[in-house]
Structure formats: structure tokens, C-alpha cells
Design a protein around this ligand. Structure first.
Ligand SMILES: *Cc1c(COP(=O)(O)O)cnc(C)c1O
Length: 396
């Protein structure tokens, strides 16, 4: 890894008009609508600086209206939402939970919070999401050990919808609940229906780099009213209904603050614009870079539309004349442009490489050849052009 201060100095020495900090292009930075302050001020005015209040209720309603989910619980993070969904599926010690290997570590960690065991399943090449055939193989394996999995967690990676209908069919066949990790996929659809509403539970994240943000936060979605009420109960230290503090169950401090929910409400006013902007970033990169031999993009399948949270290029060194995704990453870095390798699959992580894994190397290959390009909805045309020019320079 190149030392960034050294890098900065070198570049600024070469070009006196260039400022490494102020000219930096980030991978995916927060993009405020300007309406957030209105909701935050409301929270201040009414002194609801608490993990409940009108913004929390309003933000939950916004998510229901947008996704079509019947109920929603606003939480402190997407990870908390996965954790509570697992609790609602009665996942406990030594239970098996089937988890997509190609994901951010939070998906798998939540399983281990309950001392359950993640069984990792590889991706297929059309969506980069959980391979339905391997899912069934993994289920049958668990059943042969007389331990039917307690839950299945597919992930819509980088906003691209996974083959959710096939996964639900298999899950229903074996009667296993599905927790749909839509942390990266708010605004993505399958046959026009929003991601996060196919599983028994759906989860969304509002972390700083996601398609919209509350600086940190998450949402649990479900059509099951009782389950969402239970999630809110668990998220507030499982406080029983009594004038004093009465607790008969283990709980968590997982509720989203009313101030942060105000940011979320301001963000939800512009969610469709954000999706459109990210999709247009993708179109721009694709039209500018697709003719370079060895660079390819993930197309959408007929059944879905991606929010294109991050645009990814796959770089095949056999066709690029030896240029790798890492070469491109380093070149972009010298021009103060942040790019990032794809998620390293869970079954390749030191934390999880002893866990059972069903796969054929698809996620591993994508990890080795992929690169996420700057994809924020606040990127200017000029900035997008700078990224494209820098990528093209790797091929001169
Ligand atoms: C971001 C993310 C999460 C976790 O969300 P947090 O809000 O950061 O806790 C879970 N799964 C995936 C796939 C993510 O990208």
C-alpha cells in the first residue's frame, strides 16, 4: 500500500493546480437532500432527542410506502436488523443458518452473535447472488445431518437483485424462513416489486456509504405485524409493560434515534433521484469503458432492475494485455480517486474459513478480478470523466 502523504506530495509536486485532498473523488459519499434539517429541527423543537418520536414513526412509514412492506422497525444499524430477524426466526446455539458467502461481513457476524453456525453458499454468474442450486444442495446436506437450517440469508449484492423467486420457492419447499439482506439494494426491484419485500424479513442499511444514509441506521421490514412489534420490543431492552423497569427477556439497545430518523426522512424525499443518478453513473461508465478489451460489466437480467449502488468493472488480465484490477486501483489512487476491490467472500476470510462451504469458485473469481468505481449520486459529470480518463490511462 502506498503511503498516502507521500503520494499526495508527489502528485502535488507534479501538478501545482492539483490538490490531493480537495480534488479527491470518493467511492460513495453521503449526499444530503437539504430537507434533512427540517426534520431535525422538528425533533429539537419538540425536544424529542430520543430513540422514539415522530421522525422514527414517519421514517418507518416512509419505508413502508416506498417498498410496499406492511410493517417496518427503524433500528440503529443494518446489522442490528439482521440480528433481530435471526432472533425472530428462533436461531440459537449451534443452529445452522445458510448465508451467501459473497457479502459484507455483517451478514455472517449476526449469525454468530447467536452462537449459530453460518453455512456458506457461493454465487451464480448472472446476478452474483446466492446460487439456488447450491442452496438446495446445502439444505439437503444439513437435513442429512438431521439439522435443518433455521434461516436462509441471500444478499442483493451491490444493488443487483439475487434470484429471489427461485430462492423463495426452495425455501418454501423445505419450510425455512428467509431473511433478505437488502442493505445495498433499497430501490432495486424484481418484476417491479421492491427488494426487501420477498423474504419473511427484509433488512436495509443507512450507513454512510449506502444509497441513502442516516449516518448510521437500519430498517427491518416484514408483513408480519406481531414480528415487527416483537422486534421493537427486543430493540428497547425488552422492557415489559409495567410502571417500573420490568424485564423477563434479554433485550438490546437497537432503536434508531429520532434525530437520525429525521435525516432519513429528508433522504427518503429524494430516494428515486438517487437511484436514477446511480443508474446513470453506471450507464456512463459502461458506454465509456465497454470497448476496452478485457473490461466487462454485470448486465441486468430481464426479471430485475438494480439501483446500481456501486458500479463494478471486471478486469480480465488475459484480455487486457496484463492490466489487472489492482493496477487500475493503484493508478486511480495516484490521481486521488478512491476505488475498492469487491467483498472478499466469507469462506475465504480467516474468521470463517473453517465453516462449511458449498461452491465452485464464482465469488472467489469475482473478488480477484472486480473493482468498484466511484459511484456516489453526488458525482459531477466532470468527476465521472476524470475517473474514466484515469482508467483509460492504464491502457496506454
Ligand atoms: C452495509 C451492509 C450491512 C450492514 O449494515 P450496517 O448498517 O452497516 O450495519 C449488511 N449487509 C450488507 C450486504 C451490507 O452491505
Amino acid at each position: 500500500m502506498i503511503e498516502s502523504t507521500e503520494l499526495k506530495k508527489n502528485i502535488e509536486d507534479q501538478n501545482s493546480n492539483f490538490d490531493y485532498e480537495s480534488d479527491r473523488i470518493w467511492l460513495s459519499s453521503p449526499h444530503m437532500s437539504g430537507e434533512e434539517q427540517k426534520y431535525i429541527q422538528e425533533a429539537f423543537k419538540t425536544n424529542w432527542i430520543a430513540p422514539l418520536g415522530a421522525n422514527v414513526d414517519g421514517f418507518e412509514q416512509d419505508l413502508c410506502d416506498f417498498t410496499g412492506a406492511k410493517y417496518a422497525a427503524a433500528l440503529s444499524s443494518g446489522t442490528a436488523a439482521i440480528h433481530l430477524a435471526l432472533k425472530l426466526c428462533n436461531v440459537g446455539i449451534d443452529d445452522y443458518v445458510i448465508c451467501q458467502s459473497f457479502t459484507f461481513v455483517a451478514t455472517a457476524n449476526a449469525i454468530v452473535y447467536e452462537k449459530a453456525i453460518p453455512i456458506f453458499v457461493d454465487s451464480e454468474t448472472e446476478t452474483w447472488g446466492m446460487d439456488p442450486k447450491l442452496l438446495e444442495k446445502a439444505i439437503l446436506h444439513c437435513i442429512s445431518l438431521e439439522k435443518k437450517p433455521k434461516a436462509i440469508i441471500p444478499v442483493h449484492l451491490y444493488g443487483m437483485p439475487v434470484k429471489m423467486e427461485e430462492i423463495m420457492e426452495i425455501a418454501r419447499k423445505y419450510n425455512i424462513p428467509v431473511i433478505e439482506d437488502a442493505a445495498e439494494a433499497l430501490g432495486s426491484t424484481i418484476h417491479g416489486k421492491q427488494c426487501g419485500t420477498f423474504g419473511d424479513y427484509g433488512i436495509v442499511s443507512f450507513n454512510g456509504n449506502k444509497i441513502i444514509t442516516t449516518s448510521g441506521g437500519g430498517m427491518l421490514l416484514s408483513n408480519d405485524k406481531v414480528a415487527i412489534e416483537k422486534a421493537r420490543f427486543l430493540a428497547t431492552q425488552s422492557r415489559d409493560d409495567a410502571p417500573y423497569y420490568a424485564h423477563s427477556e434479554l433485550g438490546y439497545n437497537y432503536r434508531l434515534s429520532n434525530v437520525l430518523a429525521g435525516i432519513g426522512r429528508g433522504q427518503m424525499e429524494v430516494i428515486s433521484d438517487r437511484v436514477n443518478q446511480r443508474r446513470s453513473n453506471f450507464d456512463f461508465y459502461q458506454s465509456e469503458l465497454k470497448n476496452i478489451p478485457g473490461i466487462s460489466f454485470l448486465p441486468e437480467q430481464d426479471f430485475c432492475e438494480s439501483n446500481r449502488w456501486l458500479t463494478i468493472i471486471l478486469v480480465d488480465p488475459e484480455l487486457t494485455g496484463g492490466v489487472t484490477s489492482e493496477d487500475i486501483r493503484l493508478t486511480l489512487l495516484t490521481e486521488s480517486i478512491e476505488s475498492r476491490p469487491l467483498w472478499k467472500p466469507m469462506h475465504m476470510q480467516t474468521l470463517y474459513d473453517k465453516n462449511p462451504y458449498f461452491g465452485h469458485g464464482v465469488a472467489m473469481k469475482l473478488f480477484k478480478t472486480g473493482l468498484c468505481l466511484p459511484s456516489g449520486s453526488n458525482l459531477t459529470t466532470e468527476e465521472l470523466q476524470r475517473v474514466v480518463a484515469a482508467v483509460k490511462r492504464c491502457f496506454n
